[in-house]
Ligand binder design. Sequence first.
Ligand SMILES: [Cu+2]
Length: 484
Amino acid sequence: MNGAVAAGALASPIRSMVPAAQAADGFFELKAVRAKAALLGPGEPETDVWSYNNVVPGPLVRARRGETVKVRLINELDEPTTIHWHGIRIENAMDGVAGLTQAPVQPGDSFDYVFTVPDAGTYWYHSHNKSWEQMARGLYGRLIIDGDADAFATDHTLMIDDWRLADSGAIDEQSLGSMMDWSHGGRLGNWVTVNGTSYPKMQLAADGANRLRLVNPSNARIYELVLKGLNAQLIGLDGQVFDEPRPVDGPLALSPAQRIDLAVFGNGSETAEILALNGSDQIPLAGFSLPKKTDGEGASGGNGNVPLLKPNTLAEPDLDNALSVELNMEGGAMGMMTGARMGGGMMGEGRGTGGMGGGMMGGGGMMGMRDLVQNGFAWAFNGVAGMPEKPLFSVPRGRTVRLTMINDTRWPHAMHLHGHHFRVLSRDGEPEPGTPWRDTVTAGVAQAQNVEIAFVADNPGKWLLHCHMAEHMAAGMVTWFEVA
Ligand SMILES: [Cu+2]
């Protein structure tokens, strides 16, 4: 499969790139199952992966803003799993967080996800039980919600993932759970795929704007992306489109779980591609075919009109009456953390948490780094490593939360808030231009250490706040809050 999706036919509520597994009761079935994928490209050895419906990424789930999505997860793996619908302002019981919003779905069992989608935009879905292993093995897919008039000539989604493969093409399983990765930058891959294959080629239209949706399902890698041979404008981030397109000035940083939406046009070059900066190298990720000019000379080019997209309706934060919360992030290699309390809460993201909930031991007492590491922890939020029994904060429904994240580590972290989108107010005290809506924001290293965000806590339930570097979450960077 490549990412091509015709923008024209948007009639049916949910469609798939693969033969649809539609049950008689109207549920779209996603079967978590072992499969083989041609990650290395055609003619190369295939890789054993974990998939939804035998494909990586999983089938496209697509609906229109305001519709109800009905998906049945059928677990044919040997261990429990769940699905999280990343970026959807969803009903709490459907958020898919094993050990917080639902019990993990046991092998042979199924779970029905039924939820309405309030926002149009680019989203994705992925496992939220042992994510550090299950996402790394391929359990993720595309979730696109269409707006009222998304009149693009072409519409391509690019899921950019890095895999850690042995020479044989098999997943390097020995490194899964490596404490070295967990306490450093996470498990980084050595092979990058776009939509589960190596360097796919996508067709762009000569007339009209082409929409590119960039999604990062990688466990831990932050991409610095460059477009060649294209004129590009930024039209949205994390599923939320802007009132007006914004210029692209320099490489595009895409952290784990984030999305970037672009409108692109050929710039007259014969070839166009998207590359990832890697030190002084540039790794080509995918190519684009541009139609010839009508006179047959050279490629089409232009910088035409970008279709106007209708932003979603989100409540604006009321900063004057906000609940202020501080989140201190600490730990990791070369960090200053000497110890932390170990969370006693239940969640399925740690080691050996294949069973019900999560196996967080202890809770309560202060522990030194050595004991923490022996229990699989290397990071802490506000002095607690792993899921706390009590929420970071409780807030009445409708109140604004102003959250200051202070990164006291030597590593960047992609912080993800469940169930809500937030405005980025400032980075290192500097106001963020355009204060975009996001669901995942990066704090640290190349980006600002301290990030201030605000959101209206208008979605009742228990919501996770965590680093989306899957190994950092598993090793302690996770907490939760409650909207009453
Ligand atoms: Cu992190």
